[in-house]
Write a protein that binds this ligand. Structure first.
Ligand SMILES: Nc1ccn([C@@H]2O[C@H](COP(=O)(O)O)[C@@H](O)[C@H]2O)c(=O)n1
Ligand code: CDI
Length: 403
């Protein structure tokens, strides 16, 4: 989040994410959809065109979480992200974003895309249509035709509305920084306007429309969650990664599995804390990206890994560029151990793993089984863990955008 020096016209984005999610029922922007918090998907989507400065406008209470999600998002290296505080209205939030943009070196001649944080699937083709129409008016907006019949309801009575020529307005809305700034300066009450196009038009500016995209949905109602998952799933390909790990029981070490301390007379031997569950999970995650294994990433010959907490290693795996580009969708784990009894730890492990992987606990399954007293596992000499992780691979467009 460092300052950028002013230069000839460049592209910026303001993403407004300071709403209260009242109609959705929980904080939709921080909720994972198809394995990624919604806001990360939106930020990645808007950066499919060469954005240099990106202002994320959020509620002051969400600032720390948003900083974390910005760091998690797979954004191109050219993008400098700044956070701004939201206001009481959308207009106030956009104005705060605009001030932050200008304070961080954007010039009036720069171009800005103002986008709803809750529209995570804006496609590159739509962004390019906006950029191509930049000189045709004062602000460019995407629109889609209204296909349903319309009625206005009031006090129990309804009246038919003529839908001919009626379009629904989407975001991003695209204009010069100076155009947006002067619209705010010249408008008595910007809160009266629902979007930037209405505001700019009210001060005499010309609005240009381009074709929007029906998939560019604004996640608003609880039912939109399924629609969003379906759109994201349809756009990406599923990949599967498999992981396997074995560690030997020894005395004098704690037993840690899935990031949870287990009551046991014996622990597992290893360079690290020997958390075989996390090791199998990490290998499965890496497998989804074709990124090798943990032995290659964290060699046992390297002293820095002696006694290391495996949740720290998982943090490194999740922060790897190749992994950040994926959407981890599910993890299915089987622990093969004759003893100790692990049944009571299944749910705590499931919850811990879900948090570490950024998943809902229903997307993680932890199974435990013995080995019918057969062989080395049956004799209680060690344990084995198997794990399958599924993930969505980014679309070709997303891969091109993040180098
Ligand atoms: N270390 C273990 C192994 C098994 N369990 C629980 O017992 C069930 C039956 O185990 P099998 O060895 O017959 O597959 C298994 O589903 C687990 O619920 C356990 O708690 N700890
Ligand atoms: C976790 C690492 C870290 O050096 O070591 P160990 O704890 O020995 O675990 P193992 O699964 O045998 O090897 C993977 C290593 O990356």
């Amino acid at each position: 989040m460092k300052a950028v020096r002013a230069h000839r016209p460049s592209l910026a984005a303001i993403v407004v994410a300071a709403g209260s999610s009242t109609r959705f029922g929980r904080d939709k922007l921080l909720t994972p959809f198809a394995g990624k918090p919604l806001i990360c998907t939106t930020l990645e989507a808007v950066c499919q065109v060469p954005v240099r400065r990106l202002v994320l406008v959020c509620r002051p209470d969400d600032r720390a979480k948003m900083e974390k999600y910005v760091a998690q998002a797979a954004l191109p290296r050219r993008v400098h992200v700044f956070l701004a505080s939201g206001g009481l209205t959308r207009a106030e939030s956009v104005l705060n974003g605009l001030k932050t943009l200008v304070d961080n070196g954007a010039s009036g001649q720069d171009w800005v895309l103002v986008h709803d944080g809750a529209r995570p699937v804006v496609c590159r083709a739509l962004l390019k249509r906006l950029l191509a129409a930049r000189d045709m008016g004062d602000i460019v907006v995407p629109v889609i035709p209204v296909v349903d019949s319309l009625r206005r309801t009031s006090a129990g009575r309804t009246e038919i509305l003529d839908r001919r020529g009626v379009v629904a307005i989407q975001t991003p809305q695209f204009c010069r920084v100076a155009t947006l700034r002067s619209a705010y300066l010249n408008c008595a009450d910007s809160a009266l306007f629902g979007d930037e196009a209405a505001l700019i038009e009210s001060t005499g500016g010309q609005v240009v429309t381009v074709e929007g995209d029906v998939q560019n949905i604004k996640v608003t109602l609880p039912g939109d969650a399924e629609m969003l998952e379906a759109v994201l799933g349809a756009r990406a390909g599923t990949v599967v990664g498999f992981g396997y790990d074995v560690h030997r029981f020894v005395s004098g070490r704690p037993l840690i599995l899935g990031g949870i301390r287990i009551t046991s007379a014996l622990g597992l031997d290893g360079t690290s804390d020997a958390d075989a569950v996390l090791h199998a999970v990490m290998d499965a995650v890496l497998g989804c990206a074709g990124a090798g294994d943990i032995g290659g990433m964290f060699p046992s010959s390297d002293e820095q890994y002696v006694g290391i907490d495996s949740t720290v290693l998982l943090g490194h795996v999740m922060a790897d560029r190749r992994i950040r580009r994926l959407r981890i969708v599910s993890a299915d784990i089987t622990i093969v151990a004759e003893r100790p009894r692990l049944r009571d730890y299944q749910v705590p492990m499931q919850k811990r793993l879900a948090r570490l992987l950024g998943l809902r606990s229903t997307d993680v399954d932890v199974k435990v089984t013995g080995n019918d007293a057969i062989g080395w596992i049956g004799r209680g000499e060690g344990i084995a863990v198997l794990c399958v992780v599924t993930a969505l691979r980014p679309t070709k467009e997303e891969r091109k955008a993040v180098r």
